[in-house]
Design a binder for this molecule. Structure first.
Ligand SMILES: *Cc1c(COP(=O)(O)O)cnc(C)c1O
Length: 361
């Protein structure tokens, strides 16, 4: 069996240990005689899978007691609407535009009320994180919204914006659990799990309790109220049970390697190997040049010559380094090096890139 090095931005690489365990349990989970996929979500066995997953996530992120953890569906994209429908009491929100996902969330919020752009990095094709130390926060803003790690452009907020006391909502889809985070600084931290945690189909919302109310915008469907899911412990309807089970395994894997401090150490090391090479290469360069804006998870890079980019991607694919093609709006390449990408994957990629550079001078 040949596993490739998968640099996909999502769905993405998962820890091999987790996949093997899931394979072992495929036909008979814990003596139940069935797969988790085949199991009633109301069974004691699944209830424990869900409860353990939540507890392990709480342990990893040290989530305060006044926050709820919800396992939902609809992807991160559904949250672009669900969040304003539940939180836009004054019908005013402030958005920071740092990429495509941030822009999509902003456009969705505009459906429900006044959405202001209070900072943006669009002037330089989203290659940096704007200074957010003194923003023109709207006095009646319900919250300030960011996309913390910009999957497509490869940037990340290294410090959270100064929201001047307003609630902060963050899409952390592509940096979820990549390092420790102080949950108490967020009103909502949410993400689709298919980038850094598990299979597509689960979105995790960590939300401060006082924001969960009946007071949603008129017409908000039952399924789009946080209260519905919070009251039912993420079991109002059938949850994405197999996905939650895999997420739970990834949480245990993270605990087993030493938690988020250790994960951060590894991620800094991995990204450092790639950025160091890109900064010294005469052929390849990172599209994000400001070190304070660089993502540890998604690293876009280019040669500056579309033909050479295409040749590189084709040869890399043949050599077992797959899904390196960059997003269509920036072109070039992108290596997504999420938690589960082993360090050897990045070392070998850099080795391959140096060889390619030498051969294609
Ligand atoms: C992938 C991604 C999304 C969209 O996620 P879906 O689950 O496909 O809706 C949103 N935000 C960020 C930061 C992403 O990386």
């Amino acid at each position: 069996m040949a596993r490739v090095y998968n640099f996909s931005a999502g769905p993405a690489v998962l820890p091999e240990e987790v996949l093997k365990e899931a394979a072992d349990e495929m036909l008979d989970y814990g003596g139940s005689g069935m797969s988790v996929m085949e199991m009633s979500h109301r069974s004691k066995t699944f209830e424990k899978i869900l409860a353990d997953a939540e507890q392990d996530l709480r342990d990893l992120l040290e989530i305060p007691d006044n926050y709820k953890v919800l396992f939902l569906q609809g992807g991160a994209s559904q949250q672009f609407a669900m969040i304003p429908m539940n939180l836009m009491k004054n019908k005013v929100v402030d958005h920071i535009l740092t990429g495509q996902w941030a822009t999509k969330a902003y456009k969705e919020a505009k459906i429900f009320g006044q959405a202001n752009v209070i900072a943006s990095s669009e002037d330089k094709n989203f290659t940096y994180i704007p200074d957010c130390s003194d923003l023109p926060i709207s006095p009646d803003a319900d919250y300030v919204y960011i996309c913390e790690n910009n999957t497509i452009y490869g940037t990340k907020f290294k410090t959270l914006p100064n929201t001047k006391g307003k609630d902060l909502v963050a899409d952390v889809s592509s940096c979820f659990l990549s390092e420790p985070a102080d949950v108490s600084k967020y009103a909502i931290m949410y993400g689709g799990v298919q980038k850094n945690i598990g299979p597509a189909g689960v979105v995790i919302v960590i939300i401060r309790e006082d924001l969960i109310t009946e007071d949603t915008l008129p017409g908000t469907p039952t399924m789009l109220k946080f209260k519905t899911h919070s009251d039912a412990g993420s079991m109002y309807n059938t949850p994405p049970s197999y996905g939650i089970y895999i997420c739970g395994k990834v949480f245990k894997w993270l605990k087993s390697i030493g938690g988020l401090e250790e994960m951060k150490r590894r991620n800094i090391k991995k990204a450092g190997i790639l950025y160091d090479y890109l900064d010294s290469s005469e052929m390849f360069s990172a599209t994000v040049t400001d070190p304070d804006s660089r993502s540890l998870m998604n690293v876009p890079f280019v040669t500056g010559k579309p033909d050479l980019d295409a040749k590189f991607i084709a040869e890399a694919t043949k050599a077992g380094f797959v899904n390196l093609k960059g997003y269509r709006t920036i072109g070039g390449m992108r290596a997504s090096i999420y938690n589960a990408m082993p360090i050897e994957g990045v070392e070998k990629l850099v080795e391959f890139m140096s060889k390619f550079e030498a051969e294609n001078k």
